[in-house]
Design a binder for this molecule. Structure first.
Ligand code: SF4
Ligand code: SF4
Length: 475
């Protein structure tokens, strides 16, 4: 027997205790140092040199049983590996939820500083927009999936581009899927990821009867930082209008705030949090979460040295092909020296968010993200299927089509995504069950290899320290 490789421990100096967590079982214990010493007695045991149980008194045996039952002690390393394989198979085949993200359009009315989509150049002129005819086929496909997967619940997420630029498709799918899920007895919910500029009470009221769960709106820092990062094409700011829109709808639906930060905007977030706390809708905000920006060569700001991701063939890699950068790469950041800086700042922002009274992610339970779930699918405006929203628009990475068409390229992409296991490069990292090797969009754009992890371990390490203090103070 030996300690599990997924154990994480955080000393709680003030209490002379230790927080123990097993990331695979998600067991969390606050224990005395004696228990940790007991656990250490299992370290370095080689096969054949088993523990002498006679050396343990009754209390120690009970503690060992507790540690074993919660996965902190395992038979051997192979047992840990078997449990990990079983866990990822269960994640992959999990049918408790059918989660479908529909990109109603790749057009956008913003010209974000870090995104090469949106109202830059002539992007919107050529960007795809879903037709009602395609939406009807999307409805057919979702119904077939419901009958195949038999999920316990169905989540429909609208994303883009800016999804509110295609309201007819949103309304059609919301209404149709509500009927389809209702007739199958499957609870349905709708979430919309939007820049918030066109969010009105009318939009909320139109979606409300169909299981509307809420809107996620992006604010990239305080007024000045946001207006710089997320302007309209002519440079006009968007902050005031978004806040006004939130004010109008906050009593009617849930609102979550998301934000993308980089070195230039991170210090403005405390001012944003202060501003939000003072608003009369503060208690209506569901949660507030921030993440680092994924910058690509095409989106780099003027005056910054280019960091061009290069593939194995030495050719520059393409930046992300279609989706809004707002929500891509939840664990991603640029592949440059700023990564460590951003990891530090994640922790700073989590603490600030909590200090201002808002709920936020604990930074440990981040995944495995949707790309590892077979029954989480993304549909592009033309009906192409993708493994996650981050790959939308790169037709070569489409894994299928709602009309069932099979071609060699999609089949090969599907098989590639099916085989992905970047965590196998992570050796004995204790965070594999929650991280799974990081954001594969970041691996693709920055490393040119989706089977290579993009690692933000320092971010997990600092997050688990915060979690330990939160858990122990609540105990
Ligand atoms: S790979 Fe995962 S974390 Fe990255 S964009 Fe896709 S779903 Fe999000
Ligand atoms: S990417 Fe880093 S933090 Fe994530 S599992 Fe791999 S080694 Fe651990």
């Amino acid at each position: 027997m030996q300690p599990s490789m997924f154990n994480v421990r955080v000393p709680l100096e003030a209490r002379d205790e230790v927080f123990l967590m097993n990331t695979l079982t998600d067991a969390q214990l606050v224990v005395s140092r004696d228990v940790v010493s007991l656990l250490d007695r299992f370290t370095g045991r080689e096969p054949g040199r088993e523990i002498e149980w006679g050396a343990f008194d009754r209390a120690e045996r009970e503690a060992v049983d507790l540690l074993f039952d919660n996965g902190f002690i395992v038979a051997d390393r192979k047992a840990d590996q078997r449990r990990l394989d079983k866990y990822f198979t269960a994640v992959k085949n999990d049918n408790s939820e059918l989660h479908v993200t529909v990109l109603t359009t790749l057009q956008c009315n913003f010209a974000c500083d870090y995104c090469f989509q949106g109202d830059h150049g002539d992007h919107n002129k050529f960007a795809e927009k879903m037709t009602l005819e395609t939406a009807a086929k999307v409805g057919d496909w979702i119904e077939r999936e419901m009958d195949k997967v038999h999920p316990e619940r169905f989540t429909l997420m609208f994303f883009g581009g800016e999804p509110l630029l295609n309201l007819p498709v949103m309304y059609y799918l919301a209404e149709r899927m509500w009927g389809a899920s209702g007739s199958r007895g499957v609870p349905m919910s709708i979430t919309v990821i939007t820049n918030g500029l066109m969010l009105t009470p009318e939009v909320v009221d139109r979606l409300a009867p169909y299981g509307l769960n809420g809107f996620k709106i992006t604010l990239d820092g305080d007024r000045d930082a946001h207006n710089r990062m997320r302007p309209l094409r002519g440079g006009q700011g968007t902050f005031d209008r978004i806040i006004e829109n939130i004010r109008k709808v906050a009593g009617r639906t849930k609102i979550a705030i998301g934000g993308n930060f980089d070195e230039s905007s991170v210090d403005s977030y405390p001012a944003l949090l202060e501003f939000l706390r003072e608003q009369e809708f503060a208690d209506k905000l569901l949660n507030v979460n921030f993440k680092p920006v994924v910058r690509t060569e095409a989106a780099r700001p003027k005056g910054v040295l280019p960091l061009v991701p290069v593939g194995a063939n030495g050719q520059p890699l393409k930046p992300l092909g279609g989706t809004c950068m707002t929500n891509v790469g939840e664990a991603g950041a640029s592949g440059c020296d700023s990564c460590a800086f951003l990891d530090d700042k994640m922790e700073f922002l989590r603490k600030e968010t909590k200090r201002h009274g808002f709920r936020t992610s604990d930074g440990v339970h981040n995944g495995p993200c949707h790309i590892h779930h077979t029954h989480a699918q993304t549909i592009g405006p033309d009906g192409s299927l993708y493994a996650c929203p981050g790959f939308t628009g790169e037709k070569g990475l489409s894994t299928g089509h709602i009309d069932g068409r099979l071609d060699a390229s999609r089949e090969s992409a599907r098989q590639n995504f099916d085989r992905l296991h970047p965590w196998k490069e992570c050796k004995d990292c204790a965070f594999i069950p929650t991280c799974a090797g990081g954001c594969l969009v970041a691996s693709h754009t920055q490393l040119g290899d989706m089977n290579m992890p993009t690692c933000h371990k320092p971010s997990f390490e600092s997050a688990v320290i915060s979690l330990a203090h939160d858990v122990s103070s609540a105990a």
